[in-house]
Write a protein that binds this ligand. Structure first.
Ligand code: ZN
Ligand code: ZN
Length: 730
């Protein structure tokens, strides 16, 4: 036998005298191998195998430094245990405790089965560790059996067992059963309350957490700081700020020591409730700002769109983990700063932090938002290389990303190659066709979906109705709307009515739109009045437009869009006095029109242009190109159309302004740049493209023989050979 230096066994334990020293020998065992060596030595020697010797060996296995990391020591202990003829219950309980705390709680259940097979008795102390192991494994059937046995043995009213049963039921997702045990208890201590309250919190029943906490206080039991943490967390999840504040007051009034757990819970609660100024008060007082609490702060800021503050916290965190990076990236992605999200993702790559699915989804959505196709391709291949390629949510997001980046073919490719598709995949693809104005394909895909027996949902119909609305397919839209209700039993939501109103508005059926608004089962919201209002503006229906804008302003007096549209309607009618009144109102309310901007991606760089923007480093060349294009286009009959300019200006000034629209500048930059990737120019604009830019793009596509893909606020325009995919209907 190979001897280890740490267990010197040169002195053989073959004499009775040595038995006293094997305790010391066992204590010096540091690995399972040593224990096995000692065991073998005992077996070979003539030392009588007393139970106590075996017990010591077993305990030695359980307390090995490595037993917390390797379950094999516990297995070995269990196998030794089988050699004990009549084990003492006290001893088996000791083992239960060891096993249930260890890394392999299954050993507890194995021991239990062994004891049951041998008919060995269990006592009241056997149950709590046994139930603890069941909880860890969420092994409900085993738990039910153990509960039955405890009742049979008459231990059903032992408070320790009852408390363990509550924890077990809660852990196995049977919160009602946990509550039954809880309600039957005659004596509950603070631990029992704690476990029941935590059970409700873990299962997402936050209102029950608060109710039970009240009940607990009513029963005269004093909460401890663990319970307070749980209740604070429930307040955060339920968004119950007033209750959370009350708990904070209670903590102050009752002189609780506010340790780091309570501080974190307070920050989390305030952050989850969106009360960042209160969260900040607690946070600023923290002596050391650990990762968890800082991440809570940063997520809180990010969630309410205060990305600057989130970034401030983020930059102060020294050892950033994935959760922290992910929270910051999704903060940017959701706060309309997708480029920052992508930049940060690159930074995260450099720090060699591996993203998870949530981060990937944020990044894909950011990319969709920017509409940068080259980046989109890169992210797609990154996802494939890093093992996300087969995940359903990732693929669904990729469809949406490619569609929004203007590459319908790639969206379709992802869709067709998916190993598995769900209703979201189908709906995303239908929506992709819809925003590209390909209503025929959207409808064809819907029929294919039906053939494959995929039941459409409300989102599917939003895509379909949108497609019909943007292609002017009034009859088809009406048919889909009624089949949704009658065949698919989906009750239309506001969004569906919104699409229908939009469908009528775009087809200039404004009275029909108004009729639908007046008969639908929901009070019309801002968006619905907004569609009618914009349609009236586009079709020059002043009276109805004014009516819609006023209804909208009743719902939301500060609605900037309505004020802008109202002023635009008046401007189109040259009612400059009314325009002045509305403008004054807007100034008073601090409302300003959303600034138009266009983005173009050239050689992996995204460039942003505002109207009449001169910030770009190649600004001079851009304007020179613009002049050249305008002269070229004038040769084929182009004259700037100023009907979309709704301010009181001289005609010549208007002509200048219309030429400086951000999408024209982006286009010129695209044309003067050497584009490595493709011959196609892709532009993303945040607002609706105006009539002049639309005809400008059409002419450029034919005069310069290039393809231009442009995404505006609601849809895509593919300009090629002098025509646009929207058939001038947008
Ligand atoms: Zn324009
Ligand atoms: Zn178009």
């Amino acid at each position: 036998m190979a001897m280890s230096t740490s267990v010197s066994m040169s002195t053989c334990i073959c004499s009775r005298k040595m038995v006293g020293s094997e305790k010391g020998l066992l204590e010096s065992c540091k690995t399972l191998r040593h224990v096995k060596q000692v065991h073998a030595q005992i077996l070979r020697s003539k030392v009588e195998q007393s139970n106590s010797l075996l017990l010591k060996l077993i305990l030695c296995c359980c307390t090995l430094p490595s037993s917390s990391s390797s379950p094999s020591a516990l297995h070995y202990a269990l196998s030794l245990f089988t050699h004990i003829p009549n084990p003492d219950t006290r001893f088996s309980n000791q083992l239960f405790r060891h096993f249930s705390r260890g890394p392999s709680p299954e050993s507890t259940l194995r021991l239990y089965r062994l004891l049951r097979r041998n008919g060995t008795l269990l006592d009241r102390f056997s149950f709590p560790p046994l139930l603890k192991a069941v909880s860890k494994l969420s092994a409900l059937n085993m738990g039910l059996e153990v509960h039955g046995l405890a009742s049979k043995l008459g231990f059903h009213d032992d408070p320790f067992i009852e408390t363990a049963l509550i924890a077990m039921y809660a852990a196995c997702g049977r919160i009602m059963d946990a509550r039954l045990v809880f309600d039957k208890m005659s004596h509950r201590d603070v631990v029992t309350w704690n476990i029941m309250i935590d059970g409700y919190s873990q299962s997402g029943h936050y209102d029950h957490v608060l109710r039970l906490y009240e009940e607990m206080k009513g029963s005269g039991m004093e909460p401890d700081s663990i319970i307070l943490c749980t209740v604070l967390s429930a307040c955060g999840h339920a968004g119950n700020l007033s209750y959370g504040k009350a708990i904070h007051e209670f903590i102050k009034d009752n002189g609780f020591r506010v340790d780091s757990h309570l501080q974190t819970a307070l920050v989390n609660m305030y952050a989850n409730c969106g009360a960042m100024y209160l969260a900040r008060e607690v946070y600023d007082k923290l002596p050391s700002k650990h990762l968890v609490v800082s991440t809570a702060m940063l997520s809180g800021y990010a969630k309410i769109g205060l990305v600057e503050d989130a970034r401030f916290i983020f930059d102060q965190i020294v050892d950033k983990d994935l959760v922290c990076w992910s929270a910051m990236i999704s903060g940017y992605a959701e706060s309309d700063q997708p480029q920052e999200a992508l930049r940060l993702f690159n930074e995260m790559q450099r720090q060699r932090i591996v993203p998870d699915q949530i981060t990937m989804l944020s990044v894909i959505s950011a990319c969709a938002h920017v509409g940068a196709l080259v980046k989109a391709r890169w992210i797609h291949s990154y996802a494939d290389k890093n093992g996300f390629g087969r995940a359903l949510p990732i693929n669904n997001a990729l469809i949406d990303m490619y569609a929004k980046c203007g590459n319908l073919a790639r969206a379709r490719e992802v869709f067709e190659n998916m190993p598995r598709k769900n209703v979201i995949s189908w709906s995303s693809m239908i929506n992709a066709f819809a925003i590209h104005g390909d209503a025929d394909s959207a409808i064809a895909l819907f029929h294919r979906m039906k053939v494959q027996n995929i039941e459409p949902n409300g989102v599917t119909f939003i895509g379909l109705l949108y497609a019909c609305s943007h292609a002017g397919l009034v009859d088809e839209g009406q048919k889909f709307f009624s089949s949704m209700i009658n065949e698919h039993d989906i009750s239309p939501q506001r969004e569906h009515y919104g699409c229908m109103v939009d469908l009528y508005c775009r087809a200039k059926l404004l009275r029909k739109a108004l009729e639908l608004i007046e008969t639908m089962p929901f009070p019309p919201n801002v968006i619905i009045w907004g569609s009618l209002m914009s349609a009236c503006q586009n079709h020059g229906e002043v009276e109805l437009g004014e009516f819609a804008a006023k209804r909208l302003l009743e719902l939301e007096p500060d609605h900037d869009g309505a004020l802008v549209v109202l002023s635009n309607i008046y401007a189109k009618e040259k009612r400059w006095d009314d325009v002045g009144l509305v403008r004054k109102l807007m100034r008073q309310k601090g409302v300003s029109k959303e600034k138009a901007c266009s983005r173009i991606e050239v050689n992996k760089e995204v460039h942003v242009f505002m109207m009449a923007d001169r910030y770009h480093e190649q600004s001079d060349e851009i304007y020179k190109k613009l002049d050249a294009i305008v002269s070229q286009l004038k040769l084929v009959g182009y004259t700037p159309s100023t009907s979309g300019i709704l301010v009181d200006l001289e005609e010549e000034e208007k002509k200048e302004i219309v030429l400086w629209h951000s999408e024209k500048l982006a286009l010129c930059y695209g044309l003067i740049s050497e584009r490595k990737e493709s011959s196609c120019i892709r532009i993303v604009k945040n607002l609706r493209i105006c009539e002049d830019c639309h005809s400008f793009m059409k002419l450029v596509s034919t005069v310069y023989q290039i393809e231009i893909v442009m995404r505006d606020r609601t849809r895509f325009h593919h300009f090629k050979g002098g025509i646009c995919s929207c058939r001038d209907y947008w």
